[in-house]
Design a protein around this ligand. Structure first.
Ligand code: PLP
Length: 253
């Protein structure tokens, strides 16, 4: 049995964060492990509160777990602070963790900041060099690359800049670009994945995409094939959603 670890935020609505990651791992036949970086108070309409876990306790969760179990892949979601990133980077080095996928979470769909102090510098300078795949949306890619993204060409330029920061493979998801939902993969060469923008709001889309990539890395696919497979997983996921509560739709699996 292959295993994957998520280091992410807790979402009581079950649609995003570590709950979403565990469900996606399970859907891929991967046994899920999880360390929680922050608790959130949220429902289908949005995030109302964040309570970061004491950094020393995140450290404890990681060291107790990893001194016993070695995941085949790791993903990070909402890490919240630069301090948490430093704790994770220490664990990556100490336990020689591989197949690391970073979803650089910035804002919830309801525009609540999900990034605390020192996060961006730590992410860029200290976590990206260890990363197999990074999955920013266009807002996150703009902040990380320090460029404005208004077109596919801008996405390509940002992808090259982010790739130079260390990750093997950069995927910029274009769902927030108004005219289409085209994703760009850059791993030294470009692959353009054309998409069709769906109407409606879905909870945890970004979390699930990066979790599907992580599950596929754990299964042994290379980064490029893992990303393409995850895109197919997402296309199928969008066919099975439901509404509970007043806000965003939830994915069934
Ligand atoms: N809550 C947590 C814990 C998350 O990690 C994320 C995104 O990564 C969200 C909420 C945001 O989900 P959504 O974009 O669907 O609001």
């Amino acid at each position: 049995m292959k295993t994957a670890l998520t280091v992410a935020g807790f979402d009581p609505s079950g649609g995003a964060g570590l709950q979403a990651d565990l469900k996606v791992f399970q859907a891929h036949g991967i046994y899920g492990l999880s360390c929680v970086s922050a608790l959130t108070a949220q429902n289908s309409a949005g995030v109302r509160g964040v309570m970061p876990v004491e950094p020393a306790f995140l450290d404890k969760q990681l060291s107790v777990l990893l001194s016993d179990m070695r995941p085949d892949a790791v993903k990070t979601g909402m890490l919240w602070s630069g301090e948490n990133i430093d704790i994770l980077v220490r664990a990556i080095k100490k336990f020689r963790l591989k197949n690391i996928v970073v979803d650089p979470v910035m804002l919830s769909s309801s525009s609540r900041p999900l990034a605390g102090k020192g996060l961006w510098e730590a992410l860029r300078d200290r976590l990206l060099p260890f990363c197999a795949v990074i999955t920013p949306n266009i807002h996150e890619a703009s902040v990380l690359s320090g460029t404005k993204i208004k077109s596919i060409d801008d996405m390509k330029k940002a992808a090259v800049l982010l790739h130079a920061m260390g990750p093997e493979c950069v995927v910029i998801t274009g769902g927030h670009l108004t005219e289409n939902a085209t994703d760009i993969i850059y791993d030294g060469r470009f692959t353009i994945l054309k998409g069709r923008k769906l109407t409606g709001e879905y909870h945890g889309t970004g979390c699930r995409f990066s979790a599907a990539i992580t599950a596929r890395l754990a299964q042994g696919y290379d980064a490029h094939d893992a990303v393409k497979g995850a895109k197919t997983f997402m296309r199928l996921s969008f066919k099975k959603t439901f509404s509970t509560g007043r806000g965003m739709r939830m994915f069934v699996v």
